[in-house]
Design a protein around this ligand. Structure first.
Ligand code: PRP
Length: 205
């Protein structure tokens, strides 16, 4: 049995479709209920729904053999896992965004609100830019509107959230998509099953 951690939400649903079309379907997962685990013994697969930022924790510790995690999570937490396959879903980009006419006055500490303090620190360290990171957990776009920060570092998918809040992308830090990741231990002990799953998913890309 391969244990698969899927991120709750739209990305996880798209990821499940990819697994199902690769031969790892588990119809019970589509029933609208609050269960968190679903298995299809015949196909040798068990799915769990976890918070997107927790997928890599389950996989790193081997509680899940494989999982689906965005590049944003992998860059932010740098989990000790194998990155097996770019699934090509959940495409978006990590951006610096701010007021449309934002001018970054040199010499002044830049206040940056984000859910991704590590990615943010690395980005500005590479430019030797002094910043003050304000770690938030959601609705990041509010920070510059209320004067809590000058800019934000956040995920931009369609750009609609920025536009509707009179903000604009100022710089792209990195392109993001969802990856199939594997526990290092599971990859050794369930090598055949995981490699077969990886190959089946790759054939459907
Ligand atoms: C993400 C991100 C942006 C939004 C971008 O938020 O943080 O707010 O999606 O998408 P768009 O470019 O298509 O508008 P999420 O929905 O994860 O919620 P959050 O505000 O709690 O981070």
């Amino acid at each position: 049995m391969i244990n698969v951690a899927l991120p709750k939400g739209r990305l996880g649903e798209r990821a499940y479709e990819a697994f199902a079309s690769a031969g790892y379907d588990c119809p019970a997962i589509l029933e609208k209920n609050r269960r968190l685990t679903f298995e299809n013994r015949e196909k040798g697969v068990r799915y769990f729904w976890v918070k997107p930022s927790d997928v890599s924790i389950y996989v790193e510790r081997g509680a899940a053999d494989v999982g689906v995690a965005g590049r944003d999570i992998l860059l932010e937490y740098e989990p000790d896992v194998y990155e097996l396959l770019d699934l090509g879903i959940g495409r978006c980009r990590m951006c610096v965004a701010g007021p449309e006419n934002f001018y970054d006055a040199p010499g002044r500490t830049l206040r940056v609100a984000t859910k991704f303090p590590h990615i943010t620190a690395e980005h500005y360290t590479a430019k030797s830019r002094d910043i003050d990171i304000i770690k938030l957990n959601g609705s990041i776009e509010l920070a510059p509107i209320l004067g809590l920060s000058d800019v934000i570092v956040d995920i931009v998918e369609t750009g609609k959230t920025l536009l509707e809040n009179h903000l604009a992308p100022l710089e792209t830090i990195v392109d993001i998509s969802a990856w199939l990741i594997s526990s290092r231990v599971s990859y050794q002990f369930k090598h055949q099953e995981i490699a077969a799953m990886q190959a089946a998913l790759a054939r459907k890309l």
